[in-house]
Design a binder for this molecule. Structure first.
Ligand SMILES: [Ca+2]
Ligand SMILES: [Ca+2]
Length: 236
């Protein structure tokens, strides 16, 4: 009975929930502080490429939610197929050259991971082309940034255990899933045991202040969980 009440509370709030936090996207175009002869290509939001010029660059900063160790997954791809390799981009992170990528006729995507530490990182992309006419271009696509060190309860990989992870767990409550859906006990199912784990690790990193309605719902849900645990004999 108490389990049904808890699920009803969770399900009711799911219906008025306003979205789930996503993994951090490094949007190069929005994060720029300066650029020369570089554009954001249509239909590739957040990506950057050389305009129809022989050289150009863009640099900027990506702010991260906490001071931690991070993995930045870069993706570079040519925007269409062509015959002659004529362009390359040098990728710098915190003033260090981390990769030089040439465009390729088949247009395959080149991906790699790079480790950064702290609550932000600087980037710079230097583009060079042997042609200044319209041709295929390299696009540095938005990168995915995730926490390098797993924190128990961190479903969305932002190096924090907070209300956003609670929202993810809540939205998948009663389902099969993985850690990214809230299965912190790694038994393949999102249930009350995962609520318990989340509660134990909540706000063990930097505290983010939740919106009042969500905070109230968390308290109600966790209190209900405590009542259920007492009634059912579950131990912390
Ligand atoms: Ca998190
Ligand atoms: Ca579980």
């Amino acid at each position: 009975m108490i389990r049904q009440v808890l699920f009803a509370v969770v399900a009711a709030h799911c219906s008025i929930s306003t979205g789930i936090a996503a993994r951090i996207s490094a949007d190069w175009w929005s994060g720029q502080t300066s650029s020369l002869n570089v554009i954001e290509p249509p239909s590739m939001t957040g990506g950057v490429r050389l305009a129809d010029r022989m050289s150009g660059n863009v640099e900027g900063t990506i702010a991260l939610p906490s001071d931690a160790n991070w993995k930045v997954r870069f993706s570079v791809q040519t925007d269409r197929e062509f015959e002659v390799v004529n362009e390359f981009v040098r990728v710098f992170v915190n003033d260090e050259l981390v990769r030089q990528v040439f465009n390729a006729p088949r247009g395959e995507r080149i991906e790699w991971e790079y480790a950064v530490s702290g609550d932000r990182f600087d980037y710079r992309f230097d583009f060079r082309s042997s042609l200044d006419v319209l041709d295929a271009h390299l696009v540095v696509l938005p990168a995915e940034v995730t926490c390098a060190d797993y924190m128990t309860g961190d479903a969305d990989g932002d190096c924090q255990v907070n209300v956003d992870d609670f929202k993810i767990l809540r939205s998948h409550f009663g389902e099969q899933g993985t850690r990214a859906q809230g299965d912190f006990t790694e038994d393949g199912r999102i249930d009350l045991k995962d609520f318990r784990v989340l509660k134990e690790h909540l706000f063990t990193s930097e505290v983010a202040v939740p919106e009042p309605a969500t905070w109230l719902l968390m308290v109600v849900t966790l209190l209900t969980l405590g009542t259920f645990r007492a009634a059912s004999g579950l131990r912390a």
